[in-house]
Design a protein around this ligand. Sequence first.
Ligand code: GRF
Length: 218
Amino acid sequence: MMRLGVLASGSGSNLQAILDACAQGRIAAKVSAMICNVPGARALERAKAANVPAILLPHGAHPLREEYDARLVEELRRHDVNLVCLAGFMRIVTPVLLRAFPERVLNIHPSLLPAFPGMHAVRQALAAGVRISGCTVHLVDEGTDSGPIVVQAAVPVLDGDSEETLAARILVQEHRAYPRAIDLVASGRATAAGRKVSVRATVGDPARTIASPPLDDG
Ligand code: GRF
């Protein structure tokens, strides 16, 4: 069974979605450790409530990113982690982490990448006037939100949306997309070849479309 290490900095709602999916047997994995860099973050409480080791590793003590990542690797190895999931982890990771877990670090980002990488993705999408946005789960490479894409889910942008309302609509899909992506990677059905991830999974109706506004009403 795949042993997950989840890294979070904040509320941890994606962590919760992953914990729930594991508990309900929807993914053949268990969360072996949760590491958080922010004291008092709700993610720590969520891990404890699920009886998962909750490790607080504030980054302040390690001014060099590489040094901090070496500590992360140490903790992840100590818990025999073999798939790392960044879930609202507000730190740029370095090759120190990526080389320790090659093609085994996932991230979730609240936009349809490659659009709107980096900070304030939802704000960027609203400012650009897109009609559809969403979330992306991708393998992490050395760039910012630039690694091979595993799963994306789209939501409409509605007239009158604020950053908060759009972020909340996207977050609902994040909670579905992340467990799905972990399942695909953990079961070996998603494999990366260069920039592309090929997925052996049910395709569904390829003609099904999401459009905003809908294409077929007045
Ligand atoms: C999510 O929107 C995620 O895409 C972004 O940070 C947020 C984390 O939320 N990177 P949570 O801590 O999982 O609730």
